[in-house]
Design a protein around this ligand. Structure first.
Ligand code: DX5
Ligand code: ZN
Length: 217
């Protein structure tokens, strides 16, 4: 079954832990944490201090999506803060292979995120070295945007590439996912669906998580 990773970007930061408990009790599989630096994307969010405050207060693994330039500078800090998976953007570093190795050396799982216009061919020579690929299905920076339809083909192409390369890699899709499109995205090949506004703006986050999962058969 497809896994669900609620994005806390759409949570109420004044009662963050409560909002995390809601999705944990509601059947979430991972906690998606969006880190933005105001350079790589035109928005600023949270960093290691907030993540380390949350560590130990929830059993959900921390799926940390770094939308920051030169992420290699901060891997140590995010490791100390308690990240389980660190995903860096292919577009944000010149030395992608080196950063991925560093993340793994620190005992974490490594992911690579691709902006909507970045071709999957950029992953050809690292695909066998990573835990997951994050396909951005909106331009990164904000929650609540619309899913870009062309990303459906990209997910299917990535699935093909993973099979051809015999790689053991998960596909995570992030941006504009809701109860209406979750099923098609999962059928295209997504293993993990990130959802922010669809979950946190719903009257019952637990029910939305259930629907996002059940849609995915
Ligand atoms: C966007 C972030 C997403 C965002 C998704 O840059 O990476 O994780 O929170 O939000 P929704 O589900 O509202 O599109
Ligand atoms: Zn994200």
């Amino acid at each position: 079954m497809t896994k669900i990773a609620p994005s806390i970007l759409s949570a109420d930061f004044s009662c963050l832990l409560e909002d995390i408990k809601k999705v944990e009790d509601g059947g979430a599989d991972l906690l998606h944490i969006d880190v933005m630096d105001g350079h790589f994307v035109p928005n600023i969010t949270i960093g290691p201090p907030v993540i380390s405050c949350l560590k130990g207060k929830t059993n959900l693994p921390f799926d940390v999506h770094l939308m920051i330039e030169n992420p290699e500078r901060y891997i140590d800090e995010f490791a100390k803060a308690g990240a389980d998976i660190i995903t860096v953007h292919e577009e944000a570093t010149v030395h992608l292979h080196r950063v991925l190795g560093y993340i793994k050396d620190k005992g974490m799982k490594a992911g690579v995120a691709l902006n909507p216009s970045t071709p999957i061919s950029s992953l050809e020579y690292v695909i066998n070295d990573i835990y997951m690929v994050l396909i951005m299905s909106v331009n990164p920076g904000f929650g609540g945007q619309k899913f870009i339809p062309a990303m459906m083909e990209k997910i299917m192409d990535l699935k093909k590439m993973i099979r051809q390369k015999n790689a053991d890699v998960l596909i995570e899709v992030d941006g504009g996912i809701n109860e209406d499109n979750a099923s098609d995205i999962a059928k295209a090949g997504a293993d993990i669906l990130v959802a922010g506004s669809a979950i946190y703006q719903s009257h019952c986050p637990a029910e939305t998580i259930r629907k996002l999962k059940n849609n995915n058969i």
